[in-house]
Design a protein around this ligand. Structure first.
Ligand code: ADP
Ligand code: MG
Length: 389
């Protein structure tokens, strides 16, 4: 769907739901993380790009402090006074929306009530971060309508990203680590973003695959992933436990992996630590590989990342492993799961001329295994949240 038709859909639904006109439409993208998985909550490095798929918010302020929220996905209108927003209230999808003004207010910004209708091009629950896109478009709207000026530079966008993360963690109750919100707010078109969760810095890194005859193929496995939340939390807990045993504030501070592995006597903790420490190193290597335009090396790093997530971190699933294997066999330079895992999506670095053949090979492998047919599409590095109408 083109950007205009998506913005138009949000506006049409707004008129129908609330009457009158929105003040404008703001959009925020989903993301794929190129490499650096499960590192954000370890004060580590990530390297996401923003997707062309975005969530659109048709938005208008209200004077009475009420939040009225609707989605083109259905569920009717949710109404809650901003003053009543609290952990778990409102429950469900609107918590991601209502949490944003709640968090901005707590951070000291003056924001108020609104009417909003959202429409998303980002597949929901596919590990492509529709939740952060939902938060991001609301954050962008609030910044503009209340003249907070936070979209103007990366420092302001980092503040919005932090508010979105607080909304997701504290109001919606999803313990995600910050990668998704930073990607949606801070990414730049034509660039990947080197995110460092030690100092919250974000450095754009040129990422133009087309110029090298390459493409990034996304495979949404559509695998059901009911266990995600508990498993995600348990991985975080294992990292915290290991850091405590090792006497470091975060696993980012582990400089001698062999010594750390020796100091741990639990094999599971050892493998969790090995993933995090080697994955952070792979992000640094990927930056070098991209600078040297050595895409075979980038592909090797994708492969090593997936294998580490599969065997050491244990967050893949049959659909992700089959995707990656089929893509590799079909000629991808490298492939890996992206996002939290246990379902969701994978990415493959492919020659542009072979993208369709690799996608076909994945579809065939899914049919062979009796999996639901996956969605596949090629993406470019797109821009972060912005006003679009
Ligand atoms: P992901 O972020 O990978 O898509 P999550 O489980 O983190 O998966 O977020 C998905 C949730 O976000 C949905 O269950 C829903 O609550 C909410 N959501 C995202 N986009 C929309 C939308 N356009 N309309 C309503 N809810 C949405
Ligand atoms: Mg999410």
């Amino acid at each position: 769907m083109t950007e205009n038709s998506s913005a138009d859909r949000a506006v049409a639904a707004f008129r129908e739901t609330f009457g009158g006109e929105p003040a404008g439409v703001w959009a925020a993208p989903g993301r794929v993380n190129l490499i650096g998985e499960h590192t954000d909550y370890n004060a580590g490095l990530c390297l996401p790009i923003a997707l062309p798929q975005r969530t659109y918010a048709a938005f208008r302020t209200r004077e009475d402090g009420l939040l009225r929220m609707a989605s083109t996905m259905g569920g009717g209108v949710v109404e809650v006074p901003l003053d009543d927003v609290a952990p778990g209230t409102p429950a469900g999808w609107s918590g991601y929306v209502a949490g944003v003004p709640w968090a901005l207010r707590r951070a000291g910004f003056v924001v108020g009530g609104f009417d909003v209708v959202v429409h998303s091009d980002v597949p929901v629950g596919a590990g492509l971060s529709s939740s952060a896109a939902l938060e991001g478009c609301v954050a962008a709207a609030l910044s503009d309508v209340h003249e907070l000026g936070l979209l103007a530079d990366d420092a302001g966008r980092a503040i919005l990203a932090d508010a979105c993360r607080a909304a997701e963690n504290e109001i919606a109750g999803a313990p995600t680590g910050g990668l998704d919100q930073a990607s949606s707010l801070r990414c730049k078109a034509g660039h990947a973003l080197l995110l460092d969760f030690q100092d919250n810095s974000a450095v754009p890194v040129p990422f133009d695959l087309a110029a090298h005859g390459l493409a990034l193929l996304v495979v949404d496995t559509r695998a059901p992933h009911a266990l995600v939340d508990g498993q995600y939390a348990s991985r975080r807990q294992a990292c915290e436990e290991a850091a405590a045993i090792l006497g470091v504030a975060s696993l980012r501070e582990v400089t001698d992996l062999d010594a750390a592995l020796e100091a741990l006597d639990d094999d599971v903790l050892r493998r969790r630590v090995r993933h995090v420490v080697t994955e952070i190193a792979r992000v640094s290597e990927a930056i070098t590989a991209l600078k040297e335009e050595d895409f075979a090396w980038v592909g090797d790093l994708f492969n090593a990342s997936h294998d580490s997530l599969r065997w050491d971190y244990e967050v893949t699933c049959p659909e992700l492993d089959v995707t990656v294997e089929a893509a590799r066999v079909a000629g991808a330079l490298g492939a890996r799961m992206t996002g939290g895992g246990f379902g969701g999506s994978a990415i493959a670095l492919v020659r542009a001329s072979e993208a369709e053949a690799v996608a076909d090979a994945v579809r065939k492998a899914f049919a062979h295994h009796g999996f639901r047919e996956p969605e596949t599409f090629v993406v470019d590095a797109s821009e972060g949240a912005a006003r679009v109408d």
